[in-house]
Ligand binder design. Structure first.
Ligand SMILES: N[C@@H](CCC(=O)N[C@@H](CS)C(=O)NCC(=O)O)C(=O)O
Length: 257
């Protein structure tokens, strides 16, 4: 962990399931901090071959010459530790630093699972949507095997992520309550969630809320509205109308600046 970026001779490698919002969190941090990296996208269950080889399981996994980071928060902390002083994702002020970590933890542990559960519940029975979401950018042979592995992968994912009508309803309520908390924070007119600069709290909220807001500038291609169930489109529009939803849209408009 003490090696500095000057000693990194090759680009970082980021193993992803491209559609994953936790992967988007790591990808956004790499882009924001202007680190050179190569993304290695995989679909389920083939990601396990790539992550297992370096001692991980879930994605994202960041491979550096310093070490391997197998959790999105650890990835952000590592990148922040080697980022220049004027580009930190965690404030130096101890109170603000704690606030950022608390919000990041709330979004990671509650918002991320809820948006994933609710989002998958809406579209998991559509082969066409799932193929376009899970196969984007992945190696040819994984795409070719998708029709064979998908039925099994889908039922395993449904079981592992506990996707059913009741849990989806609870997830929806959880998303609304976290959006409400963010609306309250933003009610005083602040530009960012903590302090006056972009932090890991903003990035984590926007990346993990993206599945229910569908920002047009998201680097992963969206499913056309025409293909989505009409009730899902109106729910997305309702989330976009909230202060928290508008905040996500704004952060995505500025994502690459
Ligand atoms: N706490 C982890 C969660 C990552 C996570 O849940 N990744 C999912 C994709 S959204 C994954 O890789 N699932 C595949 C699996 O569990 O094998 C992080 O923040 O990195």
């Amino acid at each position: 962990m003490n090696k500095t970026i000057e000693t990194q001779t090759k680009p970082f490698r980021l193993i992803t399931i491209p559609v994953s919002h936790y992967c988007e969190k790591a990808r956004w941090a790499l882009t924001k901090l202007k680190f050179t990296y190569v993304e290695q996208p995989h679909t389920l269950p083939f990601h396990l071959l790539a992550t297992g080889r370096v001692g991980g399981k879930t994605t994202p996994v960041l491979i550096t010459e310093t070490g391997v980071f197998i959790d999105s928060t650890d990835i952000l902390r590592y990148l922040d530790s080697i980022a220049p002083d004027n580009a930190k994702l965690y404030p130096t002020d101890p109170d603000q630093h704690r606030e950022v970590e608390e919000l990041e933890d709330l979004f990671n542990s509650q918002l991320g699972p809820a948006t994933r559960r609710w989002g998958y519940f809406q579209v998991m029975n559509s082969y066409k949507i799932m193929q376009s979401r899970w196969c984007q950018g992945v190696p040819f042979f994984e795409r070719a095997l998708f029709p064979i592995v998908f039925p099994v992968t889908r039922s395993l994912a449904k079981r592992k992520l506990n996707i059913n009508p009741e849990s989806a309803e609870q997830a929806y309520e959880k998303i609304k309550s976290i959006f409400e908390q963010v609306n309250e924070l933003l009610a005083d007119g602040r530009i960012y969630l903590v302090g006056d600069s972009f932090s890991a709290a903003d990035l984590t909220f926007a990346a993990l809320a993206a599945p229910v807001v569908q920002p047009p500038q998201h680097p992963m291609q969206r499913v056309s509205y025409k293909e989505l169930p009409p009730n899902l489109v109106s729910e997305i529009n309702a989330f976009r109308e909230t202060a928290a939803g508008k905040f996500v849209l704004r952060l995505y408009r500025d994502r690459n600046s």
